[in-house]
Design a protein around this ligand. Structure first.
Ligand SMILES: NC(=O)c1ccc[n+]([C@@H]2O[C@H](COP(=O)([O-])OP(=O)(O)OC[C@H]3O[C@@H](n4cnc5c(N)ncnc54)[C@H](O)[C@@H]3O)[C@@H](O)[C@H]2O)c1
Length: 272
């Protein structure tokens, strides 16, 4: 997600400095961005000059301290509340008082991140979708502590990188996952109950609703561990049975059947 956000911001003309956990990952990140932009240029989707200029606007560092001159920081680290809280407290000490601190989190508590800083009014959620360069939507999330000016600036930034902002309050999963996750969990329950085959449920939702893919194809793509983690966080927040991960999902995760990334989830994938 981080490399996608770096790419769209740099392509939109912003100077971008990204932080990775160590030198090796900085190098790998830069290499990956270069490959992506060169691939776009080779396919005629980006002019050679625009590619060079975009690459010229991107730099990487392993030191959080180097972010001190940034006006906006978008955090896209591993999904872990404690790690993010700690990072926001550090960013608050490092960044200029006017800087906005945003998080790309899908399920962490944005209010907790705001409360970890001395600038809670300037902390927002900026939830991009995967793959970032292709997906138009960004959920701009405000907490009960967010200032109007910060929410407006975040929304303008989203527009300036060519995305479409929608506004949501800080409640776990925001808009898209709040509606999508219960649907995916229901699909597993319906399959567990023996209503129909995986293939037929997928075909029904794809052809009957015009969805680009059925729920099991989507679950395999997202990763069953990720789906279960988000469901657990939502269940913990709302205490409603419809967010509880179904037994089959839990057992597939225990068995290491996590979807495409392990070669087996609801479907089986060969190396190709
Ligand atoms: N994957 C998705 O579809 C998706 C969609 C929307 C939002 N998100 C959110 O984006 C965030 C990142 O998700 P992802 O799928 O890209 O995860 P990922 O595991 O692919 O990437 C996380 C990155 O954070 C880096 N990192 C970890 N600790 C670090 C540290 N101490 N300092 C600097 N960098 C560190 C890792 O090296 C890694 O590159 C999460 O909060 C997730 O909820 C993910």
């Amino acid at each position: 997600m981080g490399s996608g956000i770096v790419q769209v911001a740099a392509q939109a003309g912003y100077s971008v400095l990204f932080v990775e956990a160590n030198d090796e990952l900085v190098k790998r990140g830069l290499g990956r961005l270069r490959d992506t932009l060169e691939g776009l240029a080779a396919r005629g989707k980006l002019e050679a000059r625009a590619k060079d200029e975009t690459l010229g606007r991107i730099a990487g560092t392993p030191r959080l301290d180097d972010l001190k001159a940034c006006d906006l920081v978008i955090e896209a680290m591993t999904e872990n509340q404690a790690l993010k809280n700690e990072t926001f407290a550090k960013l608050d000490r490092i960044c200029a008082p006017a800087a906005i601190l945003a998080t790309n989190t899908s399920s962490c508590n944005v209010t907790a991140l705001a409360a970890a800083t001395k600038r809670p009014g300037q902390v927002v959620g900026m939830h991009f979708f995967n793959p970032v360069p292709l997906m138009k939507l960004v959920e701009v999330v405000r907490t009960i502590l967010t200032d109007d000016a910060a929410a407006t600036a975040a929304t303008e930034f989203v527009r300036s990188v060519g995305k479409v902002p929608v506004q949501a309050k800080d409640a776990t999963a925001f808009i898209v996952n709040r509606l999508l996750v219960p649907y995916l969990l229901d699909a597993i329950r319906v399959y567990e109950g023996g209503l129909a085959s995986l293939e037929d449920i997928d075909a029904a939702m794809k052809l009957g609703c015009g969805y680009p893919m059925g729920p099991f194809t989507l679950l395999d793509l997202v990763g069953l561990d990720t789906a279960m983690y988000v469901a657990e966080v939502m269940f913990d927040e709302f205490r409603e049975a419809r967010y509880a991960p179904p037994p089959l999902l839990k057992r597939m995760v225990m068995a290491g059947q996590l979807g495409r990334k392990t070669g087996r989830g609801f479907y089986t994938y060969d190396a190709k």
